[in-house]
Write a protein that binds this ligand. Structure first.
Ligand code: ZN
Length: 433
């Protein structure tokens, strides 16, 4: 197998350049079934300055693998946020699904590459995960349909030589998670989560344990001994609110992958998914996604676009159905994915722990979202008494040059900005009010 290093230009917005020390490998499929949509084509696509996402390797059925990023730099591929473990600690591999390719061979090639990377970075088999693991997005779809990441793991050469805790007995994943009954039943002496789940007649597969873990607030479940002990303790103590757990939809609509997938404009993209594209809301989204001092520069917009396309968008405030008491109705009214997975993500982002969809959690989430999310306090700090626009901008770390003020002015509907006292005071009021 031959790897061509064809890196995304460093000036591109989709080459974030955060240091990567890989501890996971994330498997994707390109979802592009067009004839000719092979690794070489994706290498061209990912270098396009308007492409918002990025990953490390694309593999097709041929002998040539394309590498798009150095392995000490992260990409935006996992949909778990600007500081998410998937985006910041995993190597992303895209497998081509072009209709004129041999997908089985492409998967085997990806398995071989995965083996090389596992050896190079000492990554254990249980840290080879699906994109779905990070964000809930149904990717890699064909692999998920064919048995999930466990199926893919069987295509990794010498996979069985890597010890993986409790993975060997994992049966095919069940389509629906099953929750244990509340405390007091089952094997009360075992130290093994698998034995315990079996004793109470609950699916003990990796997939179901992962689901139970995430429902119980254990992040990034990979089946470590520590996580298993914690999960066992939580389940035995009846902390799982089994009665209120809704069944996730069989094929949740992904929060990423929707909307206008070709535009390079954050405003066009947000409009296409029914989300408020005002400066204030973009500033809020930027802040929530780790972009400091958002002023709407081209670079910030490209980065924000990349992040929200990857699944980080949160709903706007003050829009949508303002009377309903149902979170699902409300989310639908503002065009936001109301699946259990997405609600769980929104809950987490808004400080609601261990979301299982109880009535109380739903009411709390509805209130927080209607009020503009956890960071509702105005998008920019208040101006101080007697403070001018330049001092104000400098204090909050925003470019106070004439050209930036002029740009901000036009965004706030102040025409023909020349920097008059009146315009400056209006701008200050708009920004800080
Ligand atoms: Zn993916």
């Amino acid at each position: 197998m031959n790897i061509i290093q064809d890196f995304i230009p460093a000036s591109n917005g989709n080459r974030p350049g955060y240091a990567l020390n890989p501890t996971y490998i994330t498997i994707h499929e390109t979802a592009n079934t067009s004839a000719g949509a092979n690794a070489a084509m994706h290498a061209r696509y990912v270098k396009n300055p308007t492409t918002a996402v990025s990953w490390h390797f694309t593999v097709d059925d041929g002998q040539t693998i394309y590498q798009h990023l150095p392995l000490n730099e992260n990409g935006w591929h996992a949909g778990d946020g600007g500081s998410g473990t998937g985006n910041r600690q995993s190597i992303g591999i895209e497998i081509c699904v072009n209709r004129d390719g041999d997908f089985q061979q492409a998967m085997r090639n990806a398995g071989q590459l995965t083996r090389q990377l596992m050896d190079q970075f000492q990554i254990p088999l249980d840290r080879v995960v699906a994109h779905q693991h990070w964000s809930g997005k149904r990717c890699p779809a064909n692999i998920i349909n064919a048995g999930g990441i466990e199926m893919f793991r069987t295509l990794i050469p010498n996979a069985s030589t890597i010890p993986v805790e409790e993975e060997n007995n994992a049966p095919a994943p069940s389509p629906q998670p099953t929750s244990p009954p509340s405390n007091g039943s089952g094997n009360q002496t075992t130290g093994s989560i698998v034995t315990y789940l079996n004793s109470i007649g609950v699916d003990s597969s990796f997939e179901n344990r992962a689901r139970l873990a995430s429902q119980n607030g254990i992040q990034n479940y990979t089946g470590t001994a520590e996580q298993n002990t914690r999960l066992l303790s939580l389940l035995r103590n009846g902390q799982e609110s089994s009665g209120n757990t809704p069944s996730p939809s069989p094929a949740p609509p992904p929060s990423s992958g929707s909307g206008n997938q070709t535009t390079g404009s954050i405003v066009t993209y947000l409009n296409s998914i029914g989300v408020d594209s005002s400066f204030e809301n973009r500033a809020r989204l930027a802040r929530q996604n780790g972009i400091q001092n958002y002023t709407g520069t081209a670079e910030q917009n490209t980065r924000l676009l990349s992040l929200v396309r990857n699944g980080n968008v949160t709903p706007p405030s003050n829009s949508g159905n303002q009377t309903t008491g149902s979170i699902v109705t409300y989310l639908n009214s503002i065009g936001v994915d109301s699946s259990f997975e997405n609600r769980a993500r929104l809950a987490r982002q808004n400080g609601i722990q261990n979301y299982t969809g109880t009535a109380a959690q739903n009411t709390q989430l509805l209130q927080r979202l209607r009020n503009g999310g956890s960071n509702h306090s105005s998008s920019l700090p208040k101006a101080r008494q007697g403070e001018g626009i330049v001092d104000y901008l400098n204090r909050i770390g925003v470019d106070s040059s004439f050209s930036n003020r002029s740009r901000l002015a036009s965004q706030y509907g102040i025409a023909n900005y020349r920097g008059t006292a009146q315009q400056n005071s209006r701008l200050l009021n708009q920004l800080s009010g």
